[in-house]
Design a protein around this ligand. Sequence first.
Ligand SMILES: NC(=O)C1=CN([C@@H]2O[C@H](COP(=O)(O)OP(=O)(O)OC[C@H]3O[C@@H](n4cnc5c(N)ncnc54)[C@H](O)[C@@H]3O)[C@@H](O)[C@H]2O)C=CC1
Ligand SMILES: O=C(O)[C@@H]1CCC=N1
Length: 281
Amino acid sequence: MENKQKVVFVGAGSMAEAMISGMLQKELFAPSQITVINRSNTERIDYLQMTYGIHTTQNKEITLKNADIMILAMKPKDVVEGVTNIREFVNSRQLIISVLAGVATTTITDLLQTKVAVIRAMPNTSATIGKSATALSVGKYATEEDLNIAHQLFTTIGIVTTVAEKDLHAVTGLSGSGPAYVYYLVEAMEKAADEIGLEKKIAKELILQTIIGAAEMLKTSTKQPAILRREVTSPGGTTEAGIKVLEQFHYQEAMISCIKRATTRSSELGEALTQSTASQD
Ligand SMILES: NC(=O)C1=CN([C@@H]2O[C@H](COP(=O)(O)OP(=O)(O)OC[C@H]3O[C@@H](n4cnc5c(N)ncnc54)[C@H](O)[C@@H]3O)[C@@H](O)[C@H]2O)C=CC1
Ligand SMILES: O=C(O)[C@@H]1CCC=N1
């Protein structure tokens, strides 16, 4: 069946761009089906229009009223203003998808004051190249059909799983923020390469292939990560010496604490809003 759904992104930042880039590559949507609006930054909208050929609008009211799917992609701190501004243009036939970290589906339905389907999603920026790891959860008024639509949409930008809404904080700490942990590791490897005297260009190539190779091994091998690590670690050799230093710096504990703190931060982002917007019904 031909997909004629109109999608409007409310918020035009990195996550919206990552999703648009991935969605258009898979051709489930044509650029003309996608419109992006934000608070005030017209340069940003112009850039997205020039780069991806998507729609822009001078009339937010009509665009929002005609949308089949609205994707909320502003920062959590802007959700009250952002959602309140679109409230009068939302109706119960539409599907609202929120990618906001920490923000509960009930916060969104409370702000909208409409019994509208809300699906909460936590993708990551690897959506840009169709490699997001996305988890979805279903709000009070969303049906199986709404979940299917969201599933289909997010499948264009990577793998999709469904979780209970309470688990989305953990997903956010793990895979929503996850790409940053990997980039931080690469930053450290690049600094080290510089300090041990390798030419930048060569180091970059070696680091990249090392990460890709290890990721492919993790994906294709039946062996656990710890076994794969042991296979690199010759007794008395270089890896063993290096890993001992990581242990001295409590590398694993640091990573675990990092993911736990990011998870807690997701709860914190949502909690203040849940309290201030709690439904009366
Ligand atoms: N960046 C990431 O890796 C991920 C981000 N997210 C979520 O996506 C959302 C957006 O994050 P980013 O794109 O990184 O932020 P960003 O700061 O790059 O983009 C936010 C956008 O929202 C717009 N905006 C602000 N107030 C608005 C309003 N009242 N009405 C309409 N638009 C408004 C801004 O103009 C900007 O275009 C956040 O809620 C974040 O939790 C989710 C998964 C991953
Ligand atoms: O840092 C953040 O809050 C967002 C949510 C997940 C990734 N970036």
